[in-house]
Ligand binder design. Structure first.
Ligand SMILES: [Cu+2]
Length: 129
């Protein structure tokens, strides 16, 4: 019985090792994807609209939105929603205060849907190549 458990443990070790190797390989393959903290030290806040300027984003890069969930949220929107500061009915609202979003190829738009915040520049358009 003890021996049976022993070989089971060895079998598990092999599986774990294989998974670790797989992770290393996959990680290497996607090493180019970057993680950005939106707004840098100021976090996701007012006047963030200019933050993407001068940066080169790629599809698969991750944006991290850090903010107080009592004061703000993050809503992925369309170009129209971005321009008019409006959220469509049933929009997905991110509100943990530490939201991670993977960029898709093209332009990705995000706004804060608290009243007046988007109008105060709490909006970003991030174009990923
Ligand atoms: Cu806000």
């Amino acid at each position: 019985m003890a021996q049976g458990r022993g070989s089971a443990a060895r079998g598990n070790s092999a599986v774990v090792l294989a998974l670790v190797l797989l992770c290393v390989l996959l990680h290497g393959e996607f090493a180019e994807s970057a993680v950005y903290s939106v707004g840098d030290r100021g976090g996701w806040s007012f006047n963030t609209a200019g933050w993407p300027r001068g940066k080169r984003f790629s599809a698969g890069d991750v944006l991290v939105f850090k903010y107080s969930p009592r004061a703000h949220n993050v809503v992925p929107v369309s170009a129209a929603g971005y321009n008019s500061c409006s959220t469509p009915r049933g929009a997905r609202v991110l509100q943990t205060g530490n939201d991670r979003v993977t960029l898709r190829r093209g332009t990705n738009y995000f706004i804060c849907s608290f009243p007046g915040h988007c109008q105060a520049g709490m909006k970003i358009a991030v174009t990923a190549a």
